[in-house]
Design a protein around this ligand. Structure first.
Ligand SMILES: [Ca+2]
Ligand SMILES: [Ca+2]
Length: 343
């Protein structure tokens, strides 16, 4: 069903047209940039944009950093086009790049590991980030991934042990998609993302992923699981924020830590047992009332040095070292003191 949905959407929107004035740039296996006139400055293994680029970048060497320096890599919505393309390379960082107008903004084929996709603005592509076949041990963080027609992030074919965190993923048909069935993409952690105004916020066709401390806001389908596969939606203490919670569970109530007393059910095998009353935004807001204030400090100091109590400590053990409530947990609240949620 998923494949039909994906290809069905693909057919709808992109123009199939020849493209002019568009260059393909290679970062070659020997580290050189071709053509050498491309506005990319190389300093050792760091490649920095010096201007906007109308074109695609084919990466042929690993262990490099590509810094877009807030310039734009612009496509022309050609079917099959990629902003960045890489096949089988390890240790590539792509950061600070505005990537727009491609079939796939970032297109990665594995097996690869140790990728970092950081602080990019990935918009108006068909698929924002596509990682296919053994994409492992990588981080996608602090990106704005919005208005991509089909999907924001798509992982498929045994892409595992990745962390997707602190991204804004908005206004796509599918915010995040994991394809691949029972042996598919598992052991990924999705945490502290704002997943908003997508048709499907999260669509998972695999199991053994952990989804916690995300904000699912106004997606037509907040989260969908194919084939009733089992994923984890809380850390046995706190889960996610669901904007439709009150509508679905009008009789629920929340405790002193801002956790609803009725689980949010996704399907028969998937439920968030500790849904948050308010959006997750700051670890110092231990009671989830959207302010960091004296009440949060009281929560921590009341149990400072007390015997381990998993029901309480899980909310206030917010800083390393974990497993103990100490001065570092208090310091983290104090450094955030006075802050209020401001989306
Ligand atoms: Ca608070
Ligand atoms: Ca701690």
């Amino acid at each position: 069903m998923l494949t039909i949905l994906l290809t069905g959407t693909l057919a709808l929107t992109f123009n199939i047209q020849p493209v002019k004035g568009f260059e393909t740039i290679y970062i070659k296996a020997d580290g050189s940039v071709n053509p050498p006139t491309a506005p990319i400055e190389r300093n050792g293994n760091i490649y920095t944009f010096t201007d906007n680029i109308d074109g695609s970048i084919i990466i042929e060497v690993g262990l490099i950093v590509i810094d877009g320096a807030n310039y734009t890599l612009q496509g022309m919505k050609e079917v099959g086009s990629c902003g960045f393309f890489a096949n089988g390379l390890t240790g590539v960082t792509i950061k600070n790049t505005h990537i727009a107008g491609f079939w796939k903004g970032i297109d990665i084929y594995g097996p690869v590991r140790d990728w970092n996709i950081i602080q990019n603005n990935i918009t108006v592509n068909m698929i924002g980030i596509s990682a296919c076949h053994y994409f492992h041990d990588s981080i996608i963080t602090e990106n704005q991934i919005a208005n991509n027609n089909n999907s924001g992030i798509q992982l498929s074919l045994t892409s595992e042990y990745n962390t997707i965190t602190k991204n804004v993923i908005a206004n796509s048909t599918f915010g995040i998609v994991f394809e691949g069935g029972i042996s598919g993409s598992g052991y990924n952690v999705i945490t502290q993302n704002d997943i908003t105004y997508n048709e499907y916020g999260l669509l998972i066709e695999s199991s053994r992923n952990t989804i916690v401390h995300n904000n699912f806001i106004n997606n037509s389908n907040q989260a969908s699981i194919a084939e009733a596969l089992n994923n984890t939606w809380d850390n046995r203490c706190e889960g996610n924020y669901w904007s439709d919670y009150r509508e679905r569970y009008p009789n629920a109530s929340y405790d002193d830590y801002g956790i609803w007393n009725v689980s949010y059910v996704i399907d028969g095998s998937n439920q968030d047992n500790y849904p948050l009353r308010n959006p997750y935004w700051n670890p110092g807001d231990t009671n989830h009332d959207l302010k960091v204030d004296i009440y949060d400090i009281v929560q921590v100091t009341a149990y400072y040095g007390a015997p381990w109590d998993p029901d309480r400590y899980c909310h206030i053990d917010i800083a390393e070292p974990y497993g103990v409530i100490d001065i570092y947990d208090i310091v983290l609240i104090c450094t955030n003191y006075g802050k209020e949620y401001n989306p």
